[in-house]
Design a protein around this ligand. Structure first.
Ligand code: ASP
Length: 288
């Protein structure tokens, strides 16, 4: 039998309801999510590694301009954009992340290069932006008008399983609208909003980051699988119910398992999402 492959992506969770999302916008986002998933799946079929594929998928979502990441990121309380991103390779648990960067166009690519070219995991602010310049990465168009918060959340993420059994996860965000300058969310924190480990699971979260940090949510899910032998869906549901929700946390998560099963879970009215699993089944959704 062919080795399983799978990809799942999200474009954020939040108060997304049919009454506040006009059908033409919903269709536009769904079509975009579908195209990203189809492209990613084709790359996995061609034998590309999960790590590369999650980076490519997240880069496409950052470039879309209508998610709260990359080109579409919302401003903080000072009217400036500060971006966070992380990527993790489940094969060796190497990880790279950046936080509060202002200049780079694709924070996810900078996060991957932090992993590959430095001895560090997380580099923030000016230090990270100067690496982007030193490595000649494309920079953001800082003169472009900032979005006026068109979608309630809109962080982006991707998780994948490649032919070789490798899992990878990537998450990128502009953070919470109106956040304080310098605030960092869960997305770039390994184990909070992003985590991948071969043989266990790959996860990317979205929602109110402070609660995901305090719950160490992604790693809590992985730990349930490792130490408790829970099934992936049980681990996710229990982590939400027992860790995130008692604090009042809201949001969602996407996961891919070592067998190529895709899982989505959210306690908000909606989550932009799409996937193609090991059976080749395509899913695209926004609302419950
Ligand atoms: N989790 C992100 C953050 O707190 C925001 C989001 O997912 O909407 O930065």
């Amino acid at each position: 039998m062919a080795q399983p492959i799978a990809i799942a992506i999200h474009g954020g969770a939040g108060n997304i309801r049919p009454e506040n999302l006009p059908p033409e916008k919903a269709q536009k986002v769904e079509a975009y999510l579908r195209s990203v998933v189809e492209e990613a799946y084709t790359l996995l079929q061609q034998g590309r590694m999960a790590l590369e594929v999650v980076e490519i998928a997240v880069r496409r979502l950052e470039d879309a301009g209508f998610f709260n990441a990359g080109a579409g990121a919302v401003p903080n309380a000072r009217g400036e954009v500060e971006l966070d991103a992380a990527i993790m390779d489940g094969h060796n648990r190497r990880a790279g992340a950046v936080a509060a960067v202002k200049k780079v166009r694709n924070p996810i690519t900078l996060a991957r290069l932090v992993m590959e070219r430095t001895p560090h995991v997380l580099i923030v602010g000016q230090g990270a932006d100067s690496l982007a310049q030193a490595w000649e990465l494309p920079l953001r168009n800082e003169a472009a008008p900032l979005p006026e918060v068109p979608w309630s959340y809109g962080t982006v993420g991707a998780v994948a399983l490649d032919k070789y059994g490798n899992l990878a996860a990537a998450t990128s965000t502009g953070g919470i609208t109106g956040k304080m300058a310098g605030r960092v969310g869960d997305s770039p924190l390994i184990g909070a909003g992003t985590y991948a480990e071969n043989g266990l699971i790959a996860l990317s979260a979205t929602g109110q980051g402070e609660y995901f940090i305090r719950s160490v949510l992604a790693y809590d899910i992985a730990a349930r699988l490792r130490y408790q032998g829970s099934s992936p869906s049980q681990a996710i549901q229990e982590a939400f119910r027992d860790r995130l929700e008692p604090l009042g946390g809201q949001g969602g998560i996407i996961a891919v398992t070592p067998t190529g099963e895709v899982l989505f879970h959210f306690n908000t009215p909606g989550m932009y999402r799409a996937s193609k699993d090991a059976r080749g089944q395509l899913t695209v959704g926004i609302f419950r």
